[in-house]
Structure formats: C-alpha cells, structure tokens
Ligand binder design. Structure first.
Ligand code: SF4
Length: 468
C-alpha cells in the first residue's frame, strides 16, 4: 500500500502542526514589536511532525511505501493522511477535497487532536479521522484491525519499545531548526517519553498523549542519537518529550549514557521547574544540554491552582533559573495571560516577574481552551468566538470575566515590548542573539558535521542513503 503523509505548508501562514499537542500554533502576536518577534520565531523554528517519521518507519518495515509531503504536488497514493490543525483546518479540508477529485480511488483522511475532537469540520470531506496517537492506528492497520474508514481511535502506544526508530528519509532535514535555543545544524527532534502524569487542565498534549507516562529504554534513545549522527549528520536535537525530566532517573540515565559514549551533541528539552535539581542540571549540561523550555505560566500559584497546576515557591523558581543561567543554558520561559481569575493587575505582575527572571526567551500566550481539555469544558460557555481559525493563542477567544478580552489583548502586546525592549535583556542577550542569527543563516549543509556521516541526506526531495 502506498501512503502519503501530508504536513501542508501554506503560502501565507505557518501552521506548525507539531506544536501545541498537535493542534498546531500560528505565531501572530499583536503590536508592532510582538509582530516582529513572532515572525522571527516563525521563520527560525521549523519542526517536522515527529509521528510521521515513526509512521514512515513502521510502514517501511512492513513493506509499504510512504512519502512525506509538505508543499510538493501529491503523487498517486492509496492512503492520504493529512495532519490537521486548529487554525488552518479550512485549508486542510480544501486540500483533502482537491485530492479526492484528483485521486478518486485514494482514501483521504485526517489525523490530529483537532480533527479528533471537532470531527464535524472534517467528516464531509474525509474517508477517515484518526484520533489518539497516530502510531497506534498504524499498528492496528498493520495487524489488520481497520482499513482507514470512519473514526479510528486506538488510543496511545502503551509500549514505546515497540516503535521503530523514526525514519527521516525523504524529510527536508536541512530545513529543520530550533533557533535561537539550538544553534548547530543539522537538527532533528527526538522523543524519549510520552504522556505527563501532572495532567494540567489546560494542556493540549493531554488530548492525544494523555496522562499515561511512558518511556523508552535510555540505551535505545542514545542508539537513536548515534544513528541520526551517522545517517543525517545530526549535530543538535530537541527532546519533544512534554516533560523530559518528569522521571529524573530516566533523564539522568540518558545523560550518563551520552557521556559514556562521548557524544558531542548540542541539545534541548522542555520540563517543569519542580522536576529539576542542581545535580541533574549539572549532569545534563555535561552531556550537552544547552537550552531548556520551562512552563512558568503565571506568577500566581492561586491562579495556577485553578487550572490544576502548581509551581514551586518563587524563591525556588528563581534559584533553579539562576543555576541554569549560571551554567550558560539558554532558558525559554512560557507564560499564559488571561488564565481564569487573571486580572489586569495579575497579568502585569506576571509580565514583571518574567522581566525579573530575565531569561533569554519569553513566550507570552493568550490562554486558549483547546477542545478535549477540561479547560475547554469549563469555558465553552464563555467563548467570544467559535471560529477556530482565531484560536491561535495570540488573541483572546474567551471572556474570563475578571479581565476584559481587550485588557488581555493589551497585556499580551505589552508583554513582548516590556520584556524585550529592556536594557537588562538587551545588554545580556541582544548582541549574542544577533551574531547567532547571522551564523544560523549559513545553510546546514555548510556547517561542519558532528562525525563523518555515512549516508547524509543530499537531495531533500527524497534521496536514499545507506545505513551501516
Ligand atoms: S506539566 Fe506541562 S506537559 Fe504536563 S500536563 Fe502540565 S502543562 Fe502539560
């Protein structure tokens, strides 16, 4: 069977379908300065849909063909799986309609949490909709349990050891980047765990990955790193685990194994402040950790408690961030404005706190309820729009009552200005970021490889490369 895996690239907007738990993100901050920052981020961060690389490997192992499409015209295929997103769903549906006309015999359908939770936007133009984790649906197909028709939902992959290593053949590897956190390229995403037992009410990742925490054998994870270096010349990677240090022994075992094998790789991860200790930070830094995404969300634990999250005390937060900065780690902190209970005053306190922490990066999102989350259930009667193209996390879509949508909008635009146009930030980060920006413009193929690659991707449209 021939499969087409589609991560549609649109000329006027970047859907980033790997972000935000598979709902996608569309960087579009308000205000002149916010607009510049979001446009920069949008062009410098380029992540592929990781599940497509797992799917390609699973299909190839069993003798099926698969091709990954981003913007090229589609060749003939029996099964066309389109990654869905929340704000670009209308484009994806129009694309599906065209494909059905061009290839009447093909089965065309969607995958992703938005198609899963809002099938009414897709089903008229779809032969199937896949919910849960894509790989569990592929496993079930390979076991003869379905034929890509109707609603397909086999939940999560319970045992990650059953998955083969992601197959990046045919992906435009040289285009992938995660700048400014990670500087070296070629860059690839990796994953060592799925799920998160913290299960916060607003977390979009819970819709498909759920609170069921699963992890791969650290040895297999480091084997994959070595393979990526050998095949694709990988020099940096980001763990796409939603909370990489949730199990500290697991992350320490990976770092120790990397050190044991002498790998020279730059890498980043995402986690929570209460899942880090000074010892773990030091070990990970020795193993090449250079950047970290941290979900801080709000300065107020009372407000966070209302959405099922609890941060450690402010002193502890500041101490951990101080250690990370001392060790030279590029810290990118996430904040949410317009949480239930937020007021104009509490949002300003969060912005002031972000300035005080003075991390290299700060991302301010407007709190957005994602379908399928408990927050969506609580807020669905407070929505000020049901046009999901507006659910970008950059515009208020809910009237939270304690602050008006206009106040949330103004706070959001002000946040970027106040954070980045500050002497402390400019002095500490602006020059180095600009120099790195220039260096980052050098194509990945011109950067020195981490090790002599055996079968490097040369032709981005799908060359074959040898694996020794
Ligand atoms: S801790 Fe982070 S990854 Fe885990 S559920 Fe909460 S927001 Fe999601």
């Amino acid at each position: 069977v021939k499969f087409a895996l589609v991560d549609l690239q649109l000329p006027d907007r970047k859907a980033n379908r790997e972000h935000t738990g598979g709902f996608g993100s569309f960087m579009q901050a308000d205000g002149v300065f916010g607009g510049i920052i979001s446009r920069l981020k949008s062009s410098l961060i380029n992540l592929p849909v990781l599940s497509f690389a797992y799917t390609a490997a699973m299909l190839r192992e069993r003798g099926h063909e698969s091709c990954v499409y981003r913007n090229a015209p589609l060749a003939d295929a029996d099964i066309i799986i389109i990654a869905s997103s929340m704000h670009s769903h209308a484009h994806e549906v129009a694309f599906a309609r065209d494909q059905k006309q061009l290839f009447p015999k093909a089965r065309v359908g969607f995958y992703g949490p938005f198609a899963q939770t809002k099938p009414e936007f897709f089903e008229q133009d779809a032969d199937f909709i896949i919910g849960g984790e894509l790989e569990s649906a592929i496993e079930a197909f390979l076991a003869g349990e379905h034929e890509f028709s109707g609603t397909i939902d086999f939940g999560t992959v319970r045992n990650l050891a059953r998955l083969p290593m992601p197959d990046w053949e045919g992906f435009p590897v040289a285009e992938f980047s995660y700048f400014p956190m990670l500087h070296r390229r070629p860059f690839l995403p990796m994953q060592s765990t799925r799920g998160c037992s913290f299960n916060c009410d607003f977390c979009p990742y819970m819709v498909s990955q759920t609170k069921l925490f699963r992890r791969r054998d650290p040895i297999d994870v480091v084997d994959e790193m070595e393979r990526n270096v050998r095949l694709y010349g990988m020099r940096s990677f980001l763990f796409r685990d939603i909370c990489f240090t949730l199990n500290k022994k697991h992350s320490a075992a990976i770092a120790s194994e990397m050190l044991h094998r002498g790998l020279d790789l730059e890498w980043g991860c995402e986690t929570r402040l209460d899942c880090l200790t000074p010892e773990l930070i030091d070990l990970m830094v020795k193993a090449g950790l250079r950047g970290i995404n941290l979900g801080i969300e709000s300065v107020s634990n009372d407000i966070l408690n209302g959405v099922g999250k609890k941060n450690p005390e402010i002193e502890h937060q500041e101490a951990i961030i101080g250690i990370l900065k001392q060790r030279g780690i590029r810290v990118n902190a996430f904040y949410m404005l317009g949480l239930p209970g937020d007021t104009a005053e509490s949002m300003q306190r969060t912005i002031d706190y972000a300035c005080r922490l003075n991390t290299q990066g700060a991302q301010f999102c407007v709190t957005t309820p994602f379908p399928g989350t408990p927050l969506y259930e609580t807020q669905k009667d407070q929505l000020i729009t049901t046009d999901f193209r507006e659910f970008t996390e950059y515009r208020p879509v809910v009237d939270i009552g304690t602050a008006t949508p206009k106040e949330v909008s103004l706070a959001h635009a002000r946040a970027y200005r106040q954070f980045y146009l500050r002497w402390d930030w400019i002095r500490r980060y602006a020059l180095s970021t600009t120099l790195r920006l220039i260096a980052n413009a050098v194509p990945a193929s011109c950067q020195p490889p981490a090790a002599p690659p055996v079968g490097r991707v040369e032709n981005l449209s799908g060359s074959r490369h040898a694996e020794s």
